[in-house]
Design a protein around this ligand. Structure first.
Ligand SMILES: Nc1ncnc2c1ncn2[C@@H]1O[C@H](COP(=O)(O)OP(=O)(O)OP(=O)(O)O)[C@@H](O)[C@H]1O
Ligand SMILES: [Mg+2]
Length: 617
């Protein structure tokens, strides 16, 4: 297979997603190193090498049995019938038995082949889907911010599906056509050199036709698979954002956008059919002309007695067998083309490497110095810019002693969440280091990092499953008592107990729907149970009502005790539990001190605090 070498370069105009151009992530095909598609295919097939060989052998034998038919017909006409006339029944009986045996063998071999090839293709697809999932999950946060989930979905559905079509239907037919071409050419040349030569000569225009079809259809198919991906992306994006869509009455505009994408897909489908029709007509013209030539010339020679009638009959039968599947060859080539395009896209995805890689030789965290779970955090000359955008943190130095609770405040866009995400190692600094007890986060193994630092954000995502399972995500071996204990400490126990099935309520089922504030409480309990050394709360209480927030704050006094904590909040009530306050502006710390000191002073925080006080009055 030569998917990598025959696939033409991506068609730039049409690989653009509707969002725009420029960034390679705006295109459907991610750049992959040359030969990645072929390498992917080889790596998928090489574990199944033995079975692929057996499958190929079965097909070879099956074709041999199938192609014996016309040869037996020739023998019957030229030998068995004259013998029968001379009262020798043997040859005719032998032909009949031979024919039956060949048919039976062809059937049995076909069965064995289909079963074997289905197993191979199932294994390939299973492997491929698993790889896409594992790889996508392992890629860093910044990848997912740029590569839409709709595209990931179309990689693991439409693209895997087109490979399935090739493996389960197209490939067998494609190989059968090529095989029967070889078998039949050899047999025809052997039967009669002249007739054989005419048949083989017809391969020249047929080959040219196939090549030109392949080139043109390849382009169309690439466009088509990009067009369907765009349809899926639009669909997923709209349904994910159904609330803002409703709130801002975006339905009509979305309908219009979708109609454009949908029509574009339909148009590419029409183009594909047109190419197909051209091909079928062309191949029929070539086939029928050749058959006509052979019948004409053959009949002339039979009359001349330079050709046996049986040989002419066999030749015509063989030609039909040869040309019939060539009509359908276009279809199989289609599935080959679209599978090649899909495989190229999958290879591009699999070639992406995490921008936040696991360390090659991880370092251990030092033993904790005290009874406390907290650890020291140091931002050492950190500079950071997102891939798309300017510098967010221009040289940032900060030390948080173990066990300190720090409140970070500052205006929108100041870089507070960015600071938090660097500490949780969702991104690596562009320059400088983030240290946990003196160890660079980049040197920490994934599990150590997750035990070390846990972040609770505003979104408080819940996975399908029960409330208890959701709380236990950070520590799957936690007992029910521990789970309930964590929920009680955070003030979530009462509402959970009131759910239809209590802790066993499925959060995605009816009756299990819980509010945004309740979700945050579950997320808190989850973080508490995970027992991290450093806890980051980024607007984690933003959806709670005042009593709820008060309850969480009371709980936090115990929860955060001894831990290092970074609390980001716009509501200044949260600040009261902090040992220290940082005020951030444009990526810099502009004020740093104990809350009481700052409030008593004349700086930004004093202003903020006064304004907040007034707003409460
Ligand atoms: N994923 C991202 N890609 C590119 N730029 C980003 C990304 N996230 C944030 N930014 C930019 O970085 C800057 C700091 O954002 P950050 O989220 O850290 O602010 P913040 O202080 O948490 O604000 P808020 O109080 O609104 O949550 C902003 O200018 C923002 O536009
Ligand atoms: Mg933020």
């Amino acid at each position: 297979m030569t998917a990598a070498t025959t696939a033409p370069a991506p068609d730039r105009d049409d690989d653009r997603s509707p969002e725009g151009a420029g960034d390679p992530f705006d295109r459907d095909v991610l750049p992959a190193p040359p030969g990645a598609t072929g390498a992917l295919l080889r790596s998928l097939l090489s574990p199944l090498r033995g079975r692929v060989a057996v499958t190929a052998l079965l097909l070879l034998l099956q074709q041999a049995a199938v192609q014996a038919g016309p040869l037996l017909v020739a023998y019957a006409i030229d030998r068995a019938v004259p013998a029968f006339r001379a009262d020798d029944h043997g040859p005719l009986i032998a032909v009949a038995v031979g024919y039956l045996l060949c048919a039976a063998a062809a059937g049995a071999l076909q069965y064995a082949f289909v079963t074997a090839s289905a197993r191979v293709s199932q294994d390939v697809l299973l492997d491929l889907r698993g790889r896409i999932f594992r790889h996508a999950q392992a890629l860093s946060v910044d990848f997912h911010e740029r590569y839409t989930s709709g595209r990931l979905i179309s990689r693991s559905t439409t693209d895997v599906e087109s490979l399935r079509e090739l493996l389960e239907e197209g490939l067998q037919e494609l190989v059968t056509v090529v095989l029967s071409c070889v078998y039949i050419s050899v047999l025809l040349l052997w039967l009669d050199l002249g007739l054989g030569a005419v048949a083989v000569a017809s391969f020249v225009p047929l080959y040219a036709l196939v090549r030109s079809y392949q080139r043109r259809a390849g382009r169309v198919y690439r466009k088509r698979s990009t067009a369907i991906a765009a349809v899926i992306v639009k669909f997923v994006e709209t349904m994910n954002g159904i609330r803002p869509v409703r709130a801002f009455r975006r339905e009509a505009a979305n309908d219009a956008d979708f109609a454009v994408l949908n029509r574009r897909h339909e148009r590419t489908n029409g183009d594909a059919l047109l190419e197909m029709a051209r091909y079928v007509v062309g191949s029929r013209v070539i086939a029928n002309t050749t058959v006509a030539l052979i019948v004409l010339w053959g009949a002339y020679r039979v009359a001349d007695e330079s050709l046996a009638l049986g040989v002419l009959a066999a030749a015509v039968l063989y030609l039909r067998r040869l040309y019939d599947p060539i009509d359908r060859l276009g279809m199989f080539l289609n599935s080959y083309q679209s599978a090649a395009a899909s495989l190229e896209k999958i290879a591009g995805l699999l070639a992406q490497t995490p921008s936040v890689p696991e360390p090659v030789s991880p370092r251990e965290l030092p033993r904790r110095r005290s009874e406390h779970p907290g650890r020291e955090v140091v931002f050492d000359g950190v500079r950071f810019a997102y891939r798309t955008g300017g510098e967010v943190l221009p040289r940032f130095d900060l030390t948080l002693p173990a066990g300190q609770t720090v409140a970070v405040v500052g205006s929108t866009g100041a870089g507070k969440s960015t600071l938090a995400k660097l500490l949780a190692r969702f991104y690596d600094p562009t320059e400088g280091r983030v240290l946990l007890d003196g160890v660079d986060l980049r040197d920490l193994a994934g599990p150590d990092l997750r035990r070390g630092v846990v972040m609770v954000t505003q979104e408080a995502f819940l996975f399908s499953g029960t409330v208890a399972e959701n709380i236990a995500i950070g520590r799957p071996d936690a007992t029910r008592e521990e789970i309930e204990q964590a929920a009680k400490e955070i003030g979530a126990h009462d509402f959970i107990a009131a759910l239809p099935d209590g802790y066993d309520t499925d959060v995605r089922k009816r009756g299990g729907r819980i509010s945004a504030g309740q979700r945050q409480l579950v997320a808190f309990a989850r973080a508490l149970l995970a027992d991290p050394a450093v806890l980051i709360l980024d607007e984690a209480t933003s959806s709670l009502d005042i009593p709820g927030e008060r309850a969480v704050q009371r709980a936090m006094a115990t929860v955060l005790k001894g831990r290092t904590a970074v609390v980001i909040a716009h509501r200044l009530s949260t600040v009261e539990i902090a040992d220290r306050v940082l005020v951030m502006e444009r990526g810099r710390v502009v004020e740093d001190g104990r809350p009481a000191e700052l409030i008593a002073g004349t700086g930004r925080f004093a202003d903020l605090h006064r304004a907040w006080r007034d707003s409460l009055a």
